[in-house]
Each structure stands twice: as structure tokens, then as C-alpha cells.
Design a protein around this ligand. Structure first.
Ligand code: GDP
Ligand code: MN
Length: 369
């Protein structure tokens, strides 16, 4: 999960990493507790805001007001901007880059730093990028910090601050189960002060149960139905298409979506029943799917732990209780498949043992055929 810049910066403050003074605005009248020039920044959980026009430097009240107005309502990387962060503009001599990220190939956290940070960091030449890997049992060693300080050409006035910032980033990275903590740019002022002008923090989704404090942020990345699903502990994702997909197991669910796509269908909401032998859970899943208003639902079950007749009985219950106005085409195979197909006979569901047939039928129904 990507945190917003402001959320990352609040963490920075907790970990002793200096950030510019700032206020958050949702578009109402703002009075700045600091003077101009200021920077107005779109809060969207994505990078490249600068290039998308979501970061503007303003010199007076009129410019501020029009920048706030123009940025709120922008859409950056698929995210509607509702909030802007207004900060005191920090005078910059140099823009550095600093990050700690998980390096999967080395199985260690990797520190990257560069003296050519800013918006074009992707094109920084290799010889101006410094890397080192942290042994998580040992932490950051003084010699590593000396190498970074030397490589970045930091003078006396900045090196102590740099050490504190890296240690802060490292502690934050560990405490918050981060996959990435990035400061770009880390601004160096004329006096050699270091200030984090931007934050990018990515939290490992699988650790969120440990971070109750981030619950509000996680809700932001989910649709309403996805949050309901999370509360009901159903693995549910909403896509743009009109064909709902229900399968059991993440692999089968993904394979079903792939097959649907290659057959000309468009996957809508999909959900993974996982391993369950409880018809009630199947019923809840189908009723949740109904709220996503699919044109048709493609159900693909490979019975094992999840028995086919359990699924069939859950489906029938859903049809009886809910006012389902979409057809379901089901491919049901595996443990107790014959019972399942027999149970569904005579219902509004079309059950088959062939996946190809089921996919074909779903695509035809969705395209109005
Ligand atoms: P991003 O494009 O989403 O990474 O947004 P950033 O927060 O990094 O802002 C883009 C660029 O705006 C930065 O690389 C800086 O060059 C510039 N910028 C942002 N805040 C400040 C500031 O306080 N002072 C100065 N001098 N430049 C800033
Ligand atoms: Mn940035």
C-alpha cells in the first residue's frame, strides 16, 4: 500500500527526519502560517505528480488560490485528488535522493543514494548512484554511512544530519514493515541543511494486521465493496468489466480471468472462495458479488476441500434469499460434482463440467447474445 506524501511525512516527523512546514487543505480558505513562496502539492498515492502538473510553486495569495483550485479535482495516475499539501518552499542548492527498499534478489534491504535526485532520478548515470545492503541482524554500520557521505560529497555541516536521517529511515522501514521508504528530493539548502521535500512510503500489505493506525489509509485504496469484503474476510477485487468471476484458490481465479480475457470477455469483480466447506460463506460471497451488478457471473470451482455440492447449496441459498437478477454459468468439477450438477438442474444456473463451455456462455451473455 502506498501512503500519501503527508502520511509519510508525519512518520518522518516521528522518526526525526526534518520536513518543511506545511498545512493540508481540501480547498477551503487557507491562511498560511508561513510566507511565500510556497509549494502546492497534490496528495495522490502515486509518483510522478511533478510531471503531471500536481506540484506548483506559488508566489502570492492569488497564485496559491488558483493552484489549489486547479490541482484539486485533477486525476493523477487514476486517483482523484481531493487534498493538497501546502508547504513553505525550501531553497535548494542540491536535490539528493535517498531510499531503503527490499531487494528481493539479495534478500536484504538496500540503501540507494544519489547526489542527482529530483524528478529525473530514473535517468541518473550509474556512477552517481551509491548502493549498499543492510544485514538486518546487524543494522547500518558506521563504515557504510562514511561511504555514503564521501560518495555524496557531503561536508561537515551536513554529514551528521545525513547519518540521523538514514538511521531514521531505517528505523521507520523496520517498524512500519515497509517495502520502500524514499526521500526524493532530499533538499540541501545553501547552509547545508537537509530537508525531506517529498516522501514515498510503501507498506507491505501482508503486515497491515499489525498496523491498525493505517486502517484509514488502506480504506482509501479500496472501493466500498472491497472494504465490506475485507470485513467479511472475503478476497474480493473490483475491475472494470461486466463479467463477475467466482473461483476457489488464487491461482484458479487468476487463470479463469485470463481465459475469460483471451476469449473476448471482460472480467468485472472477482472473488476467491478459498478453501471452505460452508455453504453460508458461498452464499455471502454471491450476495456480495450481486452488489457489484455484473451482467453475468462465471463460476469456476475445482472441488477439493471446497466440495462441489457445498458450493451448489450456497448458490441455491443465495438465489432464494437475494434478488439476483443475473445469470450464473458454472463450471463445477471435482469432489461431488455429479451431486452439484444435479442440484443446480432446474435452477436459473447453467452448470457444466467444461470450462470452455462455461466461458463461452458467459461471454455470449455479457455481449447480449
Ligand atoms: P513527485 O513528482 O511526485 O515526486 O513530487 P515531488 O514532491 O518530488 O516534487 C517534484 C519536484 O518539485 C521536486 O523534485 C523538486 O524539484 C520540487 N520541489 C518540491 N518541493 C520543493 C521545495 O520545497 N523546494 C524546492 N526548491 N523544490 C521543491
Ligand atoms: Mn519526489
Amino acid at each position: 500500500m502506498n501512503l500519501l506524501e503527508i502520511e509519510g511525512k508525519r512518520l518522518f516527523i516521528d522518526y526525526g527526519i526534518p520536513v518543511p512546514e506545511g498545512v493540508l487543505s481540501r480547498g477551503g480558505a487557507v491562511s498560511l502560517p508561513f510566507g511565500f513562496p510556497a509549494v502546492v502539492k497534490a496528495q495522490a498515492p502515486t509518483g510522478g505528480r511533478g510531471r503531471a502538473g500536481g506540484v506548483r510553486i506559488v508566489r502570492d495569495k492569488a497564485e496559491l488560490e488558483s493552484a489549489v483550485r486547479e490541482i484539486i479535482g485533477m486525476n493523477i495516475g487514476g486517483h482523484a485528488v481531493t487534498d493538497v499539501l501546502i508547504e513553505r518552499k525550501v531553497e535548494s542548492r542540491k536535490e539528493l535522493y535517498v531510499s531503503i527498499a527490499v531487494d528481493r534478489s539479495k534478500r536484504k534491504p538496500l540503501i540507494i543514494a544519489s547526489e542527482v535526485g529530483g524528478m529525473d532520478i530514473e535517468s541518473a548515470p550509474e556512477d552517481r548512484i551509491i548502493r549498499d545492503w543492510i544485514d538486518p541482524w546487524v543494522g547500518i554500520q558506521p563504515f557504510m554511512l562514511r561511504r555514503f557521505i564521501l560518495g555524496l560529497g557531503l561536508g561537515k555541516e551536513s554529514s551528521g544530519q545525513f547519518r540521523a536521517i538514514i538511521q531514521g529511515v531505517w528505523r521507520l522501514f523496520q517498524d512500519m514493515d515497509a517495502e520502500l521508504v524514499e526521500i526524493n528530493p532530499l533538499i540541501m539548502t545553501d547552509g547545508g541543511r537537509l530537508i525531506a521535500a517529498d516522501s514515498k512510503v510503501v507498506i507491505d500489505d501482508d503486515s497491515l494486521f499489525r498496523h491498525e493506525e493505517l486502517r484509514r489509509s488502506t480504506a482509501r485504496e479500496m472501493t466500498d465493496l472491497e472494504s465490506i469484503a475485507r470485513d467479511e474476510e472475503i478476497a474480493f477485487v473490483q475491475l472494470e468489466g461486466d463479467i463477475g468471476v467466482i473461483a476457489n484458490g488464487a491461482g484458479l481465479t487468476m487463470a479463469t480471468l485470463d481465459l475469460l480475457t483471451s476469449s473476448g470477455g471482460k472480467g468485472g469483480a472477482f472473488l476467491d472462495l478459498g478453501g471452505t466447506d460452508d455453504p453460508e460463506k458461498v452464499k455471502c460471497a454471491v450476495l456480495l458479488m450481486a452488489k457489484a451488478k455484473p451482467k453475468v457471473v462465471l463460476l469456476n470451482i475445482f472441488g477439493g476441500i471446497t466440495k462441489c455440492d457445498t458450493v451448489a447449496s450456497g448458490l441455491l441459498q443465495a438465489y432464494n434469499e437475494g434478488d439476483l437478477d443475473f445469470p450464473i454459468v458454472a463450471r463445477i468439477k471435482g469432489v461431488n460434482e455429479d451431486e452439484a450438477v444435479a442440484m443446480l438442474k432446474g435452477s436459473k444456473m447453467k452448470a457444466t463440467l467444461s470450462l470452455k463451455e462455461a466461458v463461452k456462455a458467459a461471454v455470449e451473455i455479457a455481449s447480449g447474445g
